[in-house]
Design a protein around this ligand. Sequence first.
Ligand code: NAD
Ligand code: ZN
Length: 378
Amino acid sequence: MKAVVYHEPYSVSVDEVTDARVESPTDAVIRITTSAICGSDLHMYEGRTGAEAGIVFGHENMGIVEEVGSGVASVKKGDRVVLPFNVACGFCRNCQAGRTGFCLTVNKGFAGGAYGYVSMGPYRGGQAEYLRVPFADFNCLQLPKGTEHEDDFALLADIFPTGYHATELAEVGPGESVCVFGAGPVGLMAAYSALLRGASRVFVVDRQKDRLRLAEQIGATPIDYTRHDAAERIKELTGGEGTDKGIDAVGYQATVGEGEEQPAMVLNTLVEAVRPTGMLGVVGLYVPSDPGGPSESARHGELLFTMGRFFEKGLRMATGQANVKAYNRQLRDLIIARRATPSFVVSHRLPLDQAPLAYDRFDKRVDGWTKVLLKPDL
Ligand code: NAD
Ligand code: ZN
């Protein structure tokens, strides 16, 4: 079968690999209809993570069940399903508590598993024609048959639940004001989720004009951090107080104006932009070990965080991978009820063969390349 294979920094190609197959009685094999490229793939693509050549990328997957193992009870051939990016067992302490992003079974030595991701287990990615899904009863979310809402449902694998998770971590409530740093797909989904949860004002900070336009289109206030001091601007627009809540949807690859990386920039700006006793939700990635990191401290996941200001303001912070299963059923039903249309972020739908081009354009943040869906059937 064909799959997107990583070779070295900035180099992926669509290669012939061994077929995905049922390896355990609890597995299913899915024929992929849509697999998205994520900002998280760029950490590996840019060579920050020490990913080894040969990894098949792709953790945002949906498709049609092709085959199931003898131990699979609730999923059958022909079902249309979306797969949370977290590979999870369903029976460990964390999974039972709904914290499927931190499954203790699937990936010994590191909490949590994912498809096609360095350090998150041996699971091959789904930017391919087929994908093996472990613990299929737990890891498949059933979707209505047919092709309706395909692009909205595809975003249930990661970015819609991850954006929602950011608002959950930040405890966004009705009527509150929220600032979201990063207008990438995840930041846009966080802003969209904050509005779904009844936030009164949402500010979205980025430098990419096309992405800021999308933020404005959904009813958020865009702020270009190359034109304003973002924290000062947010305080100005909130009567000097700052927002009630703040979200980091950028992570350690935050850049200053001209593209130079400054890993703690967003966290420190959030500390200034959020009002005293507010809450920060961090879904932007901070890797503990970054062999290609811009500085010695970044290579160990250490940051120059302004703890003094954080303490002085009595702020709180919650972090981590999204527990996709905690939200995907409810978000699916909002899509079915036509009360959510997350696919407004999708800019490109391309055949698998065009993955190398898509990675290049998305990584360079070429104007208009916001979110790419790869479709093996095209
Ligand atoms: P992306 O790279 O497309 O978007 C990041 C955006 O941040 C870009 O638009 C960039 O211009 C902007 N940015 C850079 N520096 C900034 C700064 N100083 N201030 C404001 N904006 C700045 O990535 P994405 O797909 O949107 O993902 C965002 C982050 O979320 C990544 O770190 C990704 O790994 C992470 N992520 C986490 C989870 C999770 O479960 N926690 C899931 C998916 C993605
Ligand atoms: Zn992702």
